[in-house]
Design a protein around this ligand. Structure first.
Ligand code: MOS
Length: 757
């Protein structure tokens, strides 16, 4: 087994710490969900609807039945009962596509599963699935990209319950806009984007009587357990979900999708373990995507650049049954000071699979719109876009009417401008040149939620000097394994190479979903509490167990520091190391549980907890060949105290690269004829790759936010993507004179540039 070499006994908090799981990944010993195999394992391949709107008339399975090794073709009449899952307390029971698979014969989107072939091998199952013939009554699908809200009513039913369309309001925004000396009124469009983690989604399910075990690459094992318990009518304790490694998710693996229930149902019907891994094409159809958004932003300002009104009207598309709401207005009410404001949203249902959260859901498309509008306003006013933001810096969160826990947005801009060299900018379009290229410079602000989900953890100290920490959260490639080890090392003095981290299993203490950039902030207090309790147990053992050198003392007289127990009056040098103490008292280990409450559901928060940041971007425009590249990005993040700057910088750099893709490449295109996502593969759906990565500089301000947890750590998985696209379109305007408000930027858009050779 590979081991890590970090043997330092000083606290690793804030130290550049290589991932403790890295050796497992690079040596191929990390077990991803679909790597687990079992005797008698069968393979399942779903059959996809080839229409997007209509009704399934007939399924002909006769050819499929003839495939050698074929076990069964399941459909609505033979799959057995699959119940609906509903929301339960403590954020359990969440799915975005609420309809259980095969519930009726109505086809609502292209790729909806209509049957499931199961066979001895994957190849036979695929051949059988391909041989199933379906006939439909077909209607024209609605995949219209022009979005208007379906419903003008004040309250809308969403997948997460009823929501008011009016999200935030203060003052008299319409009137203030009408009378504002300077006005901007524009529509911004972000396309459907598809998550493309390299690890495909899949489920391996096996039953033992009435207990169910599944291996799944989940961003939330406890929610998945609660969904499956409901769908299969089981007590929760009869379901175990295991997720040891996740080959990234970006939100697509937060909530369960229909293939999971199909694998479980097939395993139940056949009495054998069943593995179902979806294809890359299916990843575009039936496991969520970021919805398309259409956002109208109206800004009213004084001639000096003080905002007087902000109206943000948002529409996102969603599936026919499932009202996924893209919360584009999350940052709008607090990001800038403005006395008159309204944020309103609506849903437009289409014949598409249900959308879901994708890295920075809501704020990322939302800030593309509002930050683009701020940049345009600055150009209109002929003032520096940094200065426009400085002029409108709020003193408090004006949406909630409470102070910020920790906000250093202006310092982000200051540091960013300095490191980027912003003072050398000539604002005139096309005026800055290098070799055969025109340089374009732009910037945008970033914001993302902060806080905690509820979390529990367990910490053990063992007689060989090692420690173990267990928490039912997941590591989706972001560094959670390492963070948990760092926290325990900090508290116990055990070096990182002697800390075992166990996560991704519903048999462990319940941990948070790997979503919302909330894991790090959430686990800090739970792990600290667990470690404190393990240490308290150790001290109590020390005073009560025969063989202990501290038998005559009271627990209160004893201290614990850097792995040593000692009499406070005598100091740590005279003490005993904890493994020594455990061996002398004939104990294998002491253990402690810890937990901490969530903050997200607080009805009346006392402070507004968010992370902030900004990106300064340089693009190069080669007019001779109409080529646009993102050349250089300086990012400054106010993300609380950074526990692992190495993994932290990696998160921000990855997000910036994703932002380049958002600005220049990514969009899922639905065929208006049959409703299919037509670029449903990694050749036609372009994401930015190494060759697209700009020169990146990341700076963390590192101000602890102790309202979030005692270390002051906030999450940083998503904020790096917020604002990138708006900074790129601003830089593109500066280089080319073309204002792109509809992503991604296409070459066709730029051919209207007056700066063409
Ligand atoms: Mo993230 S979209 O909350 O996985």
């Amino acid at each position: 087994m590979p081991t890590i070499t970090d043997t330092a006994t000083t606290s690793p908090i804030g130290r550049q710490t290589p991932r403790i799981d890295g050796p497992f990944k690079v040596s191929g010993t990390a077990m991803y969900a679909s790597d687990f195999n079992f005797p008698g394992l069968l393979y399942a391949v779903p059959v996809e609807a080839t229409i997007a709107n209509g009704r399934l008339q007939k399924l002909d399975t006769s050819e499929a039945e003839k495939i050698p090794g074929m076990r069964a073709v399941f459909h609505r009449r033979n799959i057995g009962k699959i119940y609906r899952s509903v929301l339960q307390p403590n954020s359990n029971g969440i799915t975005d596509e609420r309809r259980p698979p095969f519930e009726d014969d109505v086809i609502r989107y292209y790729g909806q599963y209509i049957a499931l072939a199961v066979a001895d091998t994957f190849e036979s199952a695929k051949a059988a699935a391909d041989a199933v013939r379906a006939t439909y009554t077909e209607e024209k699908p609605n995949v219209n990209p022009d979005l208007k809200p379906d419903d003008e009513s004040d309250v809308i039913e969403t997948t997460r319950g009823r929501r008011k369309r009016l999200q935030s309001e203060r003052g008299d925004p319409e009137r203030a806009f009408a009378t504002a000396p300077v006005k901007l009124d524009q529509i911004y469009v972000t396309p459907t984007e598809t998550h493309n983690p390299i690890e495909l989604q899949g489920t391996t399910a096996m039953w033992d009587g009435s207990t169910l075990t599944i291996y799944e690459e989940s961003q939330g094992v406890f929610n998945l357990r609660s969904v499956l318990a409901q769908m299969f009518g089981l007590p929760r304790e009869n379901v175990r979900v295991i997720t040891k490694f996740v080959g990234s998710g970006f939100g697509s693996k937060l909530w369960p999708w229909t293939h999971c229930a199909l694998a479980v149902a097939a395993a139940r019907q056949l009495g054998k373990p069943v593995k179902l891994v979806v294809s890359r094409k299916m990843m575009f159809q039936s496991v969520g995507h970021r919805p398309r958004t259409q956002q109208r932003v109206r800004l009213g300002a004084t001639g000096e650049g003080k905002l007087v009104s902000l109206l943000h009207d948002i529409v996102n598309d969603c599936g026919m049954l499932d009202g996924y709401r893209e919360n584009c207005g999350e940052a709008t009410p607090y990001h800038y000071s403005v006395p008159n404001l309204r944020v309103k949203w609506g849903l437009a249902s289409r014949n598409i699979g249900s959308p879901t959260a994708m890295r920075g859901p809501g704020a990322v498309p939302g800030l593309f719109a509002t930050e683009s509008a701020m940049n345009e306003l600055a150009d209109q006013l002929k003032i520096d876009p940094v200065r426009l933001r400085v002029l409108n810096e709020p003193k408090i969160d004006e949406g909630l009417g409470v102070p910020f826990s920790s906000r250093h947005f202006l310092e982000c801009l200051e540091v960013g401008a300095e490191k980027f060299g912003w003072s050398n900018r000539n604002p005139e379009i096309g005026s800055m040149k290098r070799d055969d290229s025109i340089l374009g410079w732009g910037l945008a602000g970033a914001a993302w939620i902060s806080g905690r989900s509820a979390a529990q953890a367990n910490v053990e100290l063992r007689d060989d000097g090692s420690a173990r920490v267990a928490c039912g959260t997941q590591d989706i490639g972001t560094g959670t394994y390492t963070i948990l080890a760092q926290l325990v090392a900090d508290k116990t003095g055990v070096p990182l190479n002697k800390i075992e981290v166990v996560l991704g299993d519903t048999s462990l203490p319940p941990g948070p979903i790997s979503g919302g950039s909330l894991v790090t902030g959430s686990v800090v207090p739970a792990v600290f509490d667990a470690a404190d309790n393990a240490i308290a147990s150790l001290l109590s053992v020390a005073t009560t167990t025969p063989g202990s050198p501290f038998e005559k003392h009271k627990a209160d007289d004893l201290g614990f520091e850097a792995g040593r127990v000692f009499v406070k009056a005598e100091g740590p040098v005279k003490g005993v190391s904890f493994p020594d103490l455990l061996r002398r008292t004939n104990m294998r280990l002491v253990t402690g549980n810890g937990e901490s409450a969530g903050t997200l559901d607080e009805k009346k928060p006392k402070v507004s907890m968010h992370s902030f940041g900004c990106h300064f971007v340089e693009v190069t425009w080669q007019p001779a060949i109409a080529r646009l590249r993102v050349n250089r990005v300086v990012t400054v993040i106010d993300g609380g105290r950074i526990i692992n700057p190495l993994a932290g910088r990696n998160q921000i750099e990855g997000a910036v690269v994703m932002g380049v893709g958002m600005a220049l490449l990514e969009h899922t295109i639905y065929d208006p004829q049959n409703g299919a996502p037509i670029n449903s593969n990694l050749a036609d759906y372009l994401i930015s790759v190494n060759a697209d990565a700009p020169l990146m500089e990341v700076h963390f301000l590192n101000y602890p936010d102790t309202d979030v947890n005692p270390l002051g750590a906030r999450g940083i998985g998503e904020i790096g993507l917020a604002g990138v696209a708006a900074a790129i379109t601003a830089a593109t305007y500066h280089a080319t004179g073309v204002r792109v408000r509809k992503l991604p930027i296409r070459i066709e858009d730029l051919l209207t540039s007056s700066i063409l050779a």
